[in-house]
Design a protein around this ligand. Sequence first.
Ligand SMILES: [Fe+2]
Ligand SMILES: [Fe+2]
Length: 490
Amino acid sequence: MRKNSLQKIGLEGSVPAKIVFRRIMTILGTALVLAFFVKLSELERFNYFVKILNVESLIEFLLFALLFFVLLITLFFTTRYARHDAMSRDRMLGIVCLSLLLTYACSWAFGELINLYISPVLLASLLVATLVDKKIGVVTQIIVSNSYFLLNMVLFKDTVVLSENVGSLLTSIIVSIFMIMLIGKSSTRLKFTVMGFVLGVGTAFIPMIIHLASGITDSYTVLMGGVWSAVAVLLSVSLYMVTLPLMEYVFKVNTVFRMAELCSLESPLLKKLVKEAPGTFNHSLIVGNLAELCADAINEDTQLAKAAAYYHDMGKVKNPEYFIENQKGYNPHDDIIPEVSVSMIISHVTAGYEMLKAGGIPDVIANIALEHHGTTPVNYFLYKAQGYTEESVDKIEFSYPGPKPRTKIGAIIMIADTVEAASRAVGNYEDPEDFRKFVHSLIKGKMDTNQFSDCPITFKELSIIEDTLVEAVPSMYHTRIKYDNHKKRK
Ligand SMILES: [Fe+2]
Ligand SMILES: [Fe+2]
């Protein structure tokens, strides 16, 4: 097969020519529309088409388009450094292009309607940082800020504008870096918005200092430099909050905010779990902590791991008393045959999956709930059934139906779930060496039954997960014991 030119220069690996062509067309189309918005900002209201159709104006338009084309190509190549497993590069490109289009369209609209200085310069970088990757978000901001700087210098050539431009360039990059650092640290959208407002007002002194340093002494100009800078940040954060849910929906991305909302006890399904199966809820919280640590150790999405853990056993709310963690003395399995017991136990994976789908929980979490036991047998009831008969018992009938975990987070949930339940049951975590052997045997048991055959997890990652759990589980239980004792003493 002949290689296209991008493949020849080694920039695109083995991507087919059709996809490369589609990407170039997306970038070119976006560059043309961005250049169009810049020209609209430059031209007088209601007179666009008369002015845009002269030769000089058309050449300027094409130069702007070329500039945006180069910037977008650069941004596209930086997406190579984002997490590849999280989303395809085409989706990343779509998010980057749409974010930039929104930013420039809003800049033009607010410039027309209110004031030229009101540009939501942080909008694109905040959207890209939340929906794609934080590093790409910072690069986006550097590109957007510099393009605004260059374009304003081309369009308006005077000292006050130069000073304002430098102020806005620096402020936008500084604020965006701080805002991007806050993504994932602020648990709710409201807290993030408030922090954005604080940062916007708190950094208003930067353009004022630059005005003073560049020799502008008119106090009104200096003051307004700070005011416009703060307004631009406030506008960016407000537009970000409005457009983010739409982008989450269009590109089907689960952002840190969505994950935090899912992990909040305000979530209706978690409220149901707390009320109807408190033992399972407690187990899910511990699995959540362990899964978060394991995900961090192998560089996976910690928020997703935690949320998936919180919902993995949701199906147990259908018959909570059949699960040991919710029993208070009476065990209904004592009164039924093992075949019925096992069907009650196994049904929690499909019941959970259906509840999560019906409750609007993201597919990635519902799928993990369906996969978290893979095709493992429920050994307790398998052995119990074998004890009742001379004939061999069908192992498949006593096994979960699958599918097996298909993602690394799915594998983490399977392991953390098993280790938590087994450690709680056995209580064998006092001696570190014994506990390591115990955890190793549990993970090996999953490997021996091929539970990770459908998922891209490596031996090295499994070994890191083992180390993480060996360290985390005992300290987690110690903390809990101390906490319980403390509570009892009170
Ligand atoms: Fe389960
Ligand atoms: Fe579980």
